[in-house]
Design a protein around this ligand. Structure first.
Ligand code: FAD
Ligand code: NAG
Ligand code: NAG
Ligand code: NAG
Ligand code: NAG
Ligand code: NAG
Ligand code: NAG
Ligand code: NAG
Ligand code: NAG
Ligand code: NAG
Ligand code: NAG
Ligand code: NAG
Length: 652
């Protein structure tokens, strides 16, 4: 017997105030998306100024209206009445008896204002098994596969397809995988444009015990933004940016930006340049500054001068696992504020925006040069050059610089060392030349010929634009780990030699080095009371160690390189830096004892807060706080755990 559902969907725009009915019966929903609008009310700000879309919220009276009007599914959107843990061991997965019916998904779609998207993998137009099959569209997707915007602008696609199971790649990229399935991609997404949609989605996922993921750009190296069978919140459209020339908040007084959760780094740097200030962000153009970047701590070309990205935050707006929208700052929800700045994304809630402080404009001078092993430059001399550099790590970062370099075989297969670049923030060309002169003399004494190129810029933007080309993504030929080696490793000759030997072992074993000589400077003008991995406060490096394979490598070969990296090369790195750590946002998804490595001594406090705020186990991401309480049911057994994001989730 068809049961009729009647409800009222509330308009939020004055012009649409008239209430509209939807009528539904089992399996069908008669109302069309055109006739409905969002279930939300406008709630005025009580603290920090809100973006217009942040004032659109799900309130108890909106829910009560739904209930009163006999929308039988309304209970699915309720806030929790108790803070009890979920009683179900496993998340509901597509195909399970409790998986929501099409009609139930349609109610979510209508209440969110027609924002639900059923997942079609990005490259589906390349596969005749999909209705989207279209040779022209496929050619366009294939041509821009390595462009991060392609993936950021898709509701579910990730920039690193390894952990989605390497399914649905553009044909020809890999001989081993030639099918298009959902793999590790979410089942549905919501294109988030306001707070009410996030609240509706969190309540829906929590009440129905669905897996939930948050996807901004999809940049995360461990693919923490995807998940099989999940409902995904796609936050990338929350890209408002507001500049305040004279912002006063707590003890801070100065320039500041309010950033929506979807804003990309390049947009912030451009806005800073236009307003005559300097913003703290990463090196990569399309990383989500207010998303995963600040959640993970955020290192920057500015870090050796002013600290971490997370240190610059003044306040945040966030939807909690219980669906409530709150502010977090040093004075409001201060424990949450502490955790959201360094404790990792997709753990304590969904951040909708944050306010960060900015700095006056500074000059930047860069230096580039390269040298390589050759018939006249031995491997030992090559590594002596690297050692010489390491002896200046403390001096250089104490002067505020950021040394970005790599050690990678050049096209002839000879190991090459390249500054890409050495970044002298707040230094003029003569100042940087004076700083590095002793190092260049050491290289010369070793018989290593280099031709440094110094370039001075007026501010961060032109220096950054010239130094960091648009990133290339979409690849799956490596898996990286990383290490934050402490200052003592470079100030004590015994330890320095041991560190150099450990690095050389990994590189000669087939790894490559993406190195940063960086520190998280102490900054009395910023709030550094946050959960950024304490290893960052002691480090002079962030060394990333990718292990490589060819695109067509078998999974056995991929597993071989991964295990060699995690269980051989990295063992040496950890042995010479006991108790140090690794940067979660550019770390190994298989890092042993990830709790210590990514969170250090803060882990127990973060875990306790996670239990308090999310007893439901709503938020889960690989290596996130509390993730040890879950396991992923591998859908492609041969590939687990290297394709760990594939599959549903179960509590241990
Ligand atoms: C080419 C490249 C260069 C990089 N350079 C730097 C650098 O210079 N400095 C640096 O520190 N890092 C750097 N990173 C790492 C980067 O900070 C992380 O990949 C970061 O997680 C990306 O965040 P995102 O929001 O863009 O990505 P996503 O993959 O979309 O999200 C990352 C994680 O954050 C969660 N998340 C995103 N938005 C929200 C939100 N609003 N609320 C709650 N959770 C959220 C996601 O669920 C996921 O767990 C770089 C990465 C790449 C790929
Ligand atoms: C609830 O419904 C009534 C009647 O349609 C309406 O006047 C009121 O504004 C609604 N409340 C909310 C919070 O939308
Ligand atoms: C195929 O894709 C192209 C490019 O996106 C588009 O212009 C065209 O309309 C599509 N064809 C069909 C039949 O959908
Ligand atoms: C991988 O295999 C595909 C299909 O066989 C082939 O076109 C491509 O050249 C191979 N790539 C590499 C790096 O071997
Ligand atoms: C740091 O923040 C925490 C969490 O809000 C607070 O309990 C603690 O007192 C703060 N510490 C300092 C030194 O301000
Ligand atoms: C690799 O480096 C060596 C030494 O500098 C140089 O002789 C050789 O030309 C380089 N090869 C390429 C392809 O750059
Ligand atoms: C840059 O250097 C000047 C002094 O030369 C100093 O006053 C200023 O604080 C520095 N700025 C930063 C961001 O470190
Ligand atoms: C950034 O650099 C590119 C070249 O890499 C140049 O074309 C572009 O004009 C620069 N943008 C700005 C705003 O300076
Ligand atoms: C240098 O490190 C070694 C090895 O850890 C240690 O034994 C030694 O005491 C250290 N020396 C100094 C001066 O700290
Ligand atoms: C470290 O290595 C350098 C260069 O090989 C050597 O001169 C020095 O004696 C070594 N230091 C220690 C403490 O072994
Ligand atoms: C990787 O393969 C090499 C060569 O077959 C083998 O010697 C090595 O033991 C393998 N390592 C792992 C971790 O499987
Ligand atoms: C939300 C959802 O999945 N709706 C689907 C319900 O079924 C109809 C007919 O198959 C689809 O058109 C909708 O997209």
């Amino acid at each position: 017997m068809a049961q009729t559902i009647r409800g009222v969907i509330f308009a939020y725009l004055a012009s649409l105030i008239s209430a509209q009915q939807i009528v539904s019966s089992q399996g069908t929903v008669a109302a069309t998306p055109e006739t409905v609008t969002l279930a939300a009310a406008v709630v005025p700000a009580t603290g920090v100024e809100l973006f217009q879309w942040e004032a659109l919220q799900l309130t108890q009276s909106v829910l009560t209206n739904l209930t009163n009007l006999e929308l039988t599914d309304a209970a699915l959107f309720n806030f929790p009445t108790t803070s009890s843990a979920s009683t179900s061991q496993c998340k509901v997965f597509p195909g399970d008896a409790n998986w929501p019916s099409n009609a139930t998904w349609e109610v979510l779609n209508l209440l969110t204002g027609n924002a639900l998207i059923k997942t079609v993998p990005l490259a589906a137009p390349c596969y005749s098994s999909w209705p989207e099959y279209n040779v022209t569209a496929c050619a366009a997707i294939t041509a821009s596969w390595s462009d991060p915007h392609l993936h950021a602008n898709d509701p579910t696609s990730t920039q690193w397809p390894l952990y989605e199971g390497l399914t649905c790649l553009p044909p020809g990229l890999r001989s081993e995988d030639t099918t298009c399935t959902l793999g590790g991609y979410a089942s549905y997404s919501i294109e988030i444009t306001n707070v009410a949609q996030i609240q509706l989605a969190l309540n829906f996922a929590r009440n129905l015990n669905l897996r939930l993921v948050v996807k901004n750009t999809g940049h995360d190296f461990a693919d923490k933004s995807i998940g099989a069978g999940a409902l995904s919140l796609w936050t990338h459209k929350l890209n408002d940016l507001k500049f305040y020339p004279h912002y006063v908040y707590g003890s801070y007084s100065g320039p500041a930006f309010k950033l929506g959760a979807g804003v990309e780094t390049a947009d912030v740097y451009l806005a800073a340049e236009a307003n005559g200030v300097t913003a703290v962000g990463g090196e990569c153009r399309t990383v989500g500054l207010a998303g995963g970047y600040i959640a993970g701590g955020g290192h920057s070309p500015m870090s050796s001068l002013v600290g971490m990205g997370a240190d610059q935050v003044l306040s945040m707006e966030v939807v909690l696992p219980n669906g409530k929208f709150v502010e977090a700052s040093a004075t409001t929800n201060s424990d949450l504020f502490w955790a959201l700045r360094g404790g990792g994304g997709s753990t304590f809630g969904v951040v909708t925006s944050l306010v960060v402080q900015a700095y006056p404009k500074i000059p930047v001078t860069t230096m580039t040069f390269s040298y390589a092993i050759s018939s006249t430059l031995s491997a030992n001399t090559f590594w002596s050059g690297v050692r010489a550099y390491m002896t200046y790590f403390a001096t250089f970062t104490d002067a505020g610089t950021y040394g970005y370099f790599n050690i990678v075989p050049n096209a002839s297969g000879n190991l090459a060392f390249t500054f890409d670049p050495f970044w002298g923030g707040n230094l003029t060309k003569p100042q940087l030349q004076t700083l590095v002169a002793p190092f260049l003399k050491d290289l010369s004494n070793l018989g290593i010929p280099v031709t440094p190129v110094f370039t001075q810029y007026e501010s961060l933007y032109p220096a950054w634009n010239a130094s960091f080309p648009p990133e290339v993504v979409g690849g799956f030929n490596n898996h990286a780990a990383s290490r934050l080696f402490p200052r003592e490793n470079f100030e004590n000759s015994t330890l320095l030699n041991a560190t150099l030997a450990a690095v050389r072992y990994a590189i000669e074993g087939g790894g490559i080095l993406v190195g940063y000589n960086i520190k998280a400077a102490t900054n009395p003008f910023a709030n550094q009371n946050n959960s950024v991995n304490p290893a960052w406060r002691k480090t002079l490096t962030h060394f990333i160690l990718p292990g490589l394979w060819s695109n067509n490598a078998t999974f056995a070969q991929i597993q071989n390189v991964s295990e060699t990296m995690t269980n051989d090369w990295m063992v040496k790195w950890r042995a010479v830096s006991p108790g140090a750590g690794s940067y979660m946002a550019e770390g190994d998804i298989n890092e042993p004892n990830f709790q210590q490595a990514f969170y250090g001594s803060y882990y127990p406090q973060l875990y306790a807060l996670k239990q308090q705020l999310d007893p439901y186990g709503l938020f889960y991401a690989p290596t996130a706080v509390g993730s040890e309480d879950w396991y992923i049911t591998g859908q492609i057994p041969m590939r687990s755990p290297y394709v760990a994001v594939v599959g549903g989730g179960c509590a241990l």
